[in-house]
Write a protein that binds this ligand. Structure first.
Ligand code: SAH
Ligand code: SF4
Length: 436
């Protein structure tokens, strides 16, 4: 069969999709970029916010017409929405053939085969993994970069968040397995890995000997041929001294820290069950900048948590001013069924949320631009990823701090390191020219 996968959501989902593609390819199926000609369309779904779920329903409903013309086409829905809704999803979307949970993608090829001979939809949604996630084959989108999940699931239960409910409890993969996987990836042309976890800082707590995240990084730092190590996400309550030191000392670990703050008000943070106060967060930021003055700091911020007041929101703006993030992923709170916050109701009116969101964006965009502007005149090493998305014939390179630089250059530079003199700064990227 020709198959196509549509992915919603986070890096973990993007990675799972690459594994699904790898498994399907190993079973003799062929990837196609064109959904209209696919015999199998897989949706890997996200439920972290209502918006993502609405988009999924729209997308799958849109395939109804295609399926009416080609009834043999198989539609599979997996990932977090499937995990949460289970059979209920089939009531909403009766033309779906396969529903599979977040712990079941390994069986996707078999589920598809069953659906081909079955008159009824096939549904497999387990509550948890019985085995730690292994290294299923993956069909990667990019040759030079790979996602490497080091710990799946989450134990934190932030009150707004559905992730622990759909991804289950934390399961770490042993250091040796991960090192082997990275070695294989490097042999396959990878020069940069991103270590993934909802909270990488709690890596290893469930493993024999409790290896810490910093130790894992130092092991992976030893892999010959690997050039860059990135990681995401760090929960502020668990960011250890050792991890900050590893960032400073291990030469392959890139100077970028994604440290979601979520909100500035200590009262709201308590309501979110984040387990740090505003001052704790600012203290960590101070320590990070003191150790690594050139680091890029990014964050996630939410506005409109059920009882967030104008005063609370101003605390968020205050943190943004003081932490000086390079970039922030900003979200409007949406209640998720089954979470404690959802029981509080959705108390902040939509217009108020929208207004706070705009104000937050304005402040953050100004700071992003200021931080980028400070780099003008500097020469920065960057890895050339390929043609830029702007489609104007320029190339795109990425700095260790995860900033994008657009510049003119020949195709022979792709997948190599260059030094670039930064000539111009924009809010979300830089521009410059290659220098010797
Ligand atoms: N594990 C990561 C976050 C994973 S979810 C962490 O702890 O930081 C990614 C982001 O989505 C979160 O950081 C949060 O900002 C946002 N998010 C999660 N639940 C949400 C909800 N119910 N409404 C709006 N945004 C939400
Ligand atoms: Fe969700 Fe909190 Fe876990 Fe992140 S740490 S996935 S926000 S529960």
């Amino acid at each position: 069969m020709n198959f196509h996968i549509v992915t919603f959501g986070c890096q973990m989902n993007k990675h799972d999709s690459e594994r699904m593609a790898g498994l399907l390819a190993r079973n003799g199926h062929t990837w196609t970029d064109d959904m209209d000609e696919a015999d199998l369309v897989v949706f890997n779904t996200c439920t972290v916010r209502q918006h993502a779920e609405d988009r999924l329903i729209g997308n799958v409903a849109g395939l109804k017409r295609l399926k009416a013309v080609r009834p043999e086409m198989i539609i599979a829905v997996g990932g977090c929405v499937a995990q949460k809704e289970k059979e209920r999803l089939l009531e909403k979307l009766p033309h779906v053939d396969v529903v599979f949970g977040t712990h079941n993608y390994v069986n996707l090829p078999q589920l598809v085969e069953r659906a081909q001979v079955s008159t009824k939809p096939v549904c497999e949604v387990l509550d948890a993994l019985d085995l730690p996630p292994n290294g299923a084959p993956s069909l990667r989108e990019e040759k030079h970069h790979a996602w490497v999940p080091i710990v799946v699931g989450c134990n934190n239960f932030c009150t707004y968040c559905v992730v622990p409910h759909v991804r289950g409890r934390e399961v770490s993969r042993p250091v040796e397995d991960l090192k082997n996987e990275v070695e294989k990836l490097v042999a396959d042309g990878v020069v940069e890995v991103t270590l993934l976890g909802q909270n990488v800082n709690s890596y290893g707590r469930d493993l024999y000997g409790k290896p810490q995240f910093a130790r894992l990084m130092s092991e992976i730092n030893e892999v010959n041929g690997l050039e860059r190590i990135r990681f995401t996400t760090s929960h502020p309550k668990d960011l250890s001294e050792e991890t900050i030191q590893a960032l400073a000392e291990l030469e392959k670990v890139c100077e970028h820290l994604h440290l979601p703050v979520q909100a500035g008000s200590t009262r709201v943070l308590a309501g979110m069950n984040r387990r740090y106060a505003k001052e704790d967060y600012l203290r960590i930021v101070e320590k990070v900048y003191a150790t690594l003055p050139e680091i890029a700091l990014t964050t996630d911020i939410m506005v409109g948590f059920p009882d967030e007041t104008e005063e609370d929101f101003k605390e968020t703006l205050d943190v943004v001013e003081r932490a000086r993030f390079d970039y922030a992923f900003t979200f409007i709170y949406s209640p998720r069924e089954g979470t404690p916050a959802a029981k509080m109701g959705d108390l902040v009116p939509h217009e108020v949320k929208a207004d706070r969101f705009e104000r937050l964006l304005k402040v953050q965009n100004r700071i992003s631009l200021e931080k980028n502007a400070a780099l003008v005149g500097r020469v920065i090493q960057a890895f050339v990823e390929g043609p830029s998305k702007r489609g104007n014939g320029t190339l795109t390179a990425r700095t260790r701090t995860n900033k994008v630089i657009n510049f003119s250059g020949g195709k022979e530079l792709i997948h190599g390191m260059v030094n670039i003199l930064i000539e111009e700064a924009r809010t979300h990227f830089l521009m410059g020219r290659v220098v010797r």
